[in-house]
Write a protein that binds this ligand. Structure first.
Ligand SMILES: Cc1cc2nc3c(=O)[nH]c(=O)nc-3n(C[C@H](O)[C@H](O)[C@H](O)COP(=O)(O)OP(=O)(O)OC[C@H]3O[C@@H](n4cnc5c(N)ncnc54)[C@H](O)[C@@H]3O)c2cc1C
Length: 384
């Protein structure tokens, strides 16, 4: 993270750094890689929203600050280095770009401003029990009846559905055409009768995930985004944005920095050449990832889509998150045990390391598994 910034960008960085220092909330418990305390997360997002910085990748037209790619990069870096939580991506970096590109004016006016202010929270209804990697095989059925759709089916692995006001959802509107052509993209109010949310507790011991059952859920026809049957195009557009943000470079710098400080403060670890080699290898990989990410951000800032490189970012970014969390857990030793908390002879630098390690096993699965990303790269970049 040693890029040369112009004097204006240096002043911008100083402003963000000072604001973060004064405003970052105290975390309730160690960071485990995903927001796990609803009120802290909501309050933080609303605070950023009030400042106009929550939708920091958006243009002014849609309620963002209209920053340059460099400013966005600086903001994200300073946010992570201050130990601040990242914002939920569902409204900001997934639905937002889709609505800006494919939504009609009424949809943009209704849904984008509350996302930018942190007032409405979204979840992603893509996966189903038999449709994950083979997403186009989804079966949740939406039948058009007069001025609404009647939706029946089941979604699974729906992150924070129990926090969400709305879900953007892929549904099958036509079962009689090739599977990609019969899918539509609907916006569903989570308070609609017929929606049942059942929690799934994961190996990190938290409840982030859910099953969502939809039984005769009435969704106004005006909540269709784009054309009926064109949902697959929107779904793919959204996924490339999801994969770019999954790279998590700034947060990996923060975690690796914490690990290095902890190692430097430990008289045994700091003299171990194997530990030094391990940290150096992680740092080199992270710098390489950062430069690849910057190239993609540059394309996006010129109005081009992130493209297939986002699959490479997703693979490498999540592998690194896993490798850093593994090093934190292994080097932390007893301090990383999940049933000990800070204060019980636990080095706080390693608190939560095992939950983090366990949660991040999922990072090579969510957003499309890394095996599937390799297939995408093979097809699009290598023409295989
Ligand atoms: C923590 C977490 C949060 C998630 N949040 C959400 C969410 O908010 N909303 C949502 O809609 N979904 C969410 N998901 C679901 C996620 O997108 C799916 O789990 C993912 O797409 C994989 O689908 P699957 O679980 O059905 O596995 P499968 O598709 O059944 O895959 C099983 C294994 O087979 C491999 N495989 C499958 N097909 C191929 C192939 N063609 N070539 C090579 N290997 C293959 C996969 O890589 C994987 O290792 C989340 C998942 C997790 C773990």
């Amino acid at each position: 993270m040693n890029l040369d910034f112009s004097p204006e960008d240096q002043a911008f960085r100083a402003e963000i750094r000072a604001w973060m220092r004064d405003n970052v909330p105290l975390q309730e418990g160690p960071s485990i890689g995903i927001p796990s305390h609803r009120e802290t997360q909501f309050a933080w997002e609303r605070k950023l929203g009030a400042k106009g910085w929550l939708a920091y990748t958006w243009t002014k037209e849609y309620g963002g600050p209209g920053w340059t790619a460099t400013q966005r990069y600086i903001f994200d870096t300073e946010r992570a280095l201050a130990g601040a939580p990242s914002s939920s991506p569902f409204g900001l970096s997934m639905l937002g770009p889709v609505l800006m590109h494919y939504g009609n004016e009424a949809q943009k006016r209704r849904y984008l401003p509350p996302i930018a202010r942190g007032e409405e929270f979204w979840c992603q209804g893509y996966s189903e029990p038999a449709a994950g990697s083979d997403l186009a095989g989804l079966k949740t059925r939406a039948t058009r009846e007069a001025d609404h759709y009647l939706v029946n089916g089941q979604k699974i692995w729906t992150t924070q559905a129990h926090w969400a006001n709305f879900m953007f959802c892929l549904v099958r509107t036509n079962p009689d055409v090739p599977k990609q052509q019969g899918i539509s993209f609907l916006l569903i109010d989570m308070s609609t009768p017929g929606i049942e949310i059942r929690p799934i507790t994961t190996i990190d011991g938290h409840h982030h995930l859910n099953e969502v059952f939809l039984t005769n859920v009435r969704v106004p026809a005006e909540n269709l985004v784009g054309e009926e049957g064109n949902g697959w195009t929107l779904a793919k557009y959204l996924l490339t944005h999801e994969r770019t943000s999954i790279a998590g470079v700034a947060d990996s710098y923060y975690q690796l920095g914490r690990l290095r400080e902890a190692v430097d403060a430990d008289p045994v670890l700091v003299r171990d050449p194997a530990v030094a080699r391990r940290l150096a290898a992680l740092e080199v990989d992270l710098i390489a990832l950062e430069y690849t990410n910057l190239r993609t951000l540059d394309r996006v800032s010129k109005g081009q889509p992130p493209g297939s490189e986002s699959s490479g970012l997703k693979i490498k970014g999540t592998e690194l998150q896993q490798a850093i969390s593994e090093a934190q857990m292994e080097l932390g030793g007893l301090s990383a045990l999940p049933w000990l908390s800070a204060g019980e002879d636990v080095d706080p630098a390693f608190a939560g390391a095992t939950q983090r390690y366990n949660f991040l096993r999922a990072s090579s699965i969510y957003g499309g598994t890394n095996e599937i990303q390799k297939n995408v790269l093979a097809k699009l970049l290598l023409q295989l």
